[in-house]
Design a protein around this ligand. Structure first.
Ligand code: SAH
Ligand code: SF4
Ligand code: F3S
Length: 477
């Protein structure tokens, strides 16, 4: 859920790199698994699949890596510092391994995929390296390690979507859950390592997605977030049974509609939308269903058309603005957030100023902001020189962050004095006298506990005051 908190943090402090441990499960006699996740929501969602696969093998999970038999770290490669964080964490596992030489240490996810068997040479304590499409092989790989070998499986797949595996919702509030609807990415943005670590784009069977949403709803969940690197290019063609007519292909707008129809009491969110692919059909579908939340994460990356072209984003400044205009036209109350990269190769001061003016144009509700970090193997690393000095990247980043701070406050201030439908997600971090939850626009709302309502209920909250990150209010009937 880290991504969904409304605070003006850089991406590195928020979505990328916070470790969330899984809560323990019940079985008493199994071997113990500890798993820690870094990176985007897809990685957190994958850890739930990994837990499911190993619990099927008799494992139980633990929150304390010191008592584990198997320690997994699900890693992110998006920026240099995301990888550094993982390496530092691995150092901390060394003491546990020294105490218990039988401990299996595994590296999963994007760094595993990027570095492959090199990982085993670089980090001696690592026993097993597993890429994002190879998790079904984990039981076999663990057996290999227990037989005294090192094990690697980093095969990428064109088909794997783990559609049939029910994720174990171990770290959950029981109210909101992620559903992966697709894997991989075919976009090849020049700065980005994801196409190399996650492979080709593939969409998951729509029937299994709707079933997962229905099962979650039946289990008391009231919000699902549909996940993919580029959800707008979701496309699933049902397999044709013998003697039957082929069914129509399901696009993202169709899928949203199917999930929205599970129940009007189930809120739908999704991430991430690509500006080149978000269609009016998606926007009209969002507008049609009250339970599809009016919030779109629409990463701009840069406000300048030349830089966007170098980034291979395949849209320009005007296209992006037109998409924002369409969102405002079709859903005037829709919140928009973004990702920004400062100091991409050859970016001039004037071009950076266009990112700032784009921010003024859109007035984002929220943004994740980064200084460009060159990633080995990407198109940008091959084609362009990483020629903007670190201090310039950082200064531009500060300008972007400061502007966003102002816009976040401006946006959230508009919510003061209005009544918001909020799904109670739990107690506020600061006090168990307060509940927290989000409004339709994904703004975090904090309000005093009212014993008539419990976690998972919808309440109407009047906004009374705010910070740039949180709306503070009270329940009204
Ligand atoms: N699929 C999503 C983004 C996934 S990565 C999309 O297309 O928008 C999340 C964010 O990390 C990106 O939007 C980008 O802003 C940032 N990012 C990716 N590679 C980066 C790099 N090499 N340096 C700095 N930021 C990067
Ligand atoms: Fe990376 Fe671009 Fe794919 Fe997003 S759309 S994951 S930024 S290549
Ligand atoms: Fe990181 Fe991989 Fe996600 S590189 S951002 S964990 S897809």
């Amino acid at each position: 859920m880290l991504d969904l908190l409304h605070t003006t943090k850089t991406h590195d402090e928020a979505r990328q790199g916070e470790a969330v441990e899984l809560a323990p499960t019940g079985k008493a006699d199994g071997r113990k698994l500890y798993i820690e996740s870094y990176g985007c929501q897809m990685n957190f969602s994958d850890s739930e699949i990994v837990a499911s696969i190993l619990i099927d093998q008799g494992f139980e999970t633990t929150k304390d890596y010191k008592e584990a038999d198997v320690v997994f770290i699900n890693t992110c490669s998006i920026r240099e510092n995301a990888e550094q964080r993982v390496r530092n964490r691995l150092k901390e596992f060394e003491a546990a391994k020294a105490k218990n030489p039988g401990l299996v240490v595994g590296v999963l996810g994007c760094m595993a995929e990027r570095l492959k068997s090199k990982f085993l040479e670089e980090e001696k304590l690592v026993d097993v390296v597993v890429g994002p499409d190879a998790y079904r092989d984990l039981p076999n790989l663990i057996n290999k390690v227990e037989d005294g070998n090192k094990a690697v499986n980093v095969l990428l797949s064109r088909e794997e979507t783990y559609a049939d595996i029910s994720p174990i919702r171990l770290n959950s509030n029981g109210v909101s859950a992620f559903i992966s609807i697709m894997r991989g990415c075919d976009n090849m943005c020049s700065f980005c390592v994801v196409p190399f670590t996650r492979g080709r784009e593939r969409s998951r069977d729509a029937v299994s997605i709707v079933k997962e949403a229905q099962d979650l709803f039946n289990a008391g969940y009231r919000e699902v977030t549909l996940l993919g690197q580029n959800v707008d290019s979701y496309k699933y063609t049902p397999k044709v049974e013998e003697g039957q007519e082929p069914e129509a292909t399901i696009n993202f707008a169709n899928l949203l509609e199917l999930v929205a129809q599970v129940s009007p009491e189930l809120r739908i969110r999704f991430s991430t939308s690509h500006p080149k692919d978000i269609t009016d059909e998606v926007l009209y579908t969002m507008a049609k269903y009250e339970n599809i939340c009016k919030y779109i994460h629409l990463p701009v990356q840069s406000g300048n058309s030349r830089v966007l072209e170098l980034m291979n984003r395949t849209y320009d400044r005007e296209w992006y603005m037109e998409r924002v205009d369409a969102i405002r036209r079709i859903m005037p109350d829709c919140a928009i957030s973004t990702d920004v990269i400062t100091g991409f190769c050859t970016e001039t001061e004037e071009e950076h100023a266009e990112t700032l003016s784009m921010m003024d144009y859109v007035k984002y509700d929220f943004a994740y902001m980064f200084a460009y970090s060159e990633r080995p193997g990407t198109l940008a690393a091959k084609r362009y020189e990483d020629d903007i000095p670190e201090d310039v990247k950082k200064r531009r980043l500060t300008e972007v962050v400061n502007k966003q701070q102002i816009h976040s406050l401006e946006r959230i201030s508009q919510y003061v004095g209005k009544v918001h439908k909020v799904l109670i997600e739990g107690f506020s971090k600061r006090s168990d006298q307060d509940y927290c939850g989000r409004n339709d626009q994904n703004t975090m709302v904090v309000f005093p506990v009212d014993p008539r309502y419990k976690v998972g209920d919808y309440v109407n909250v009047l906004g009374e005051s705010c910070t740039s990150a949180t709306l503070i209010g009270k329940i009204v009937d």
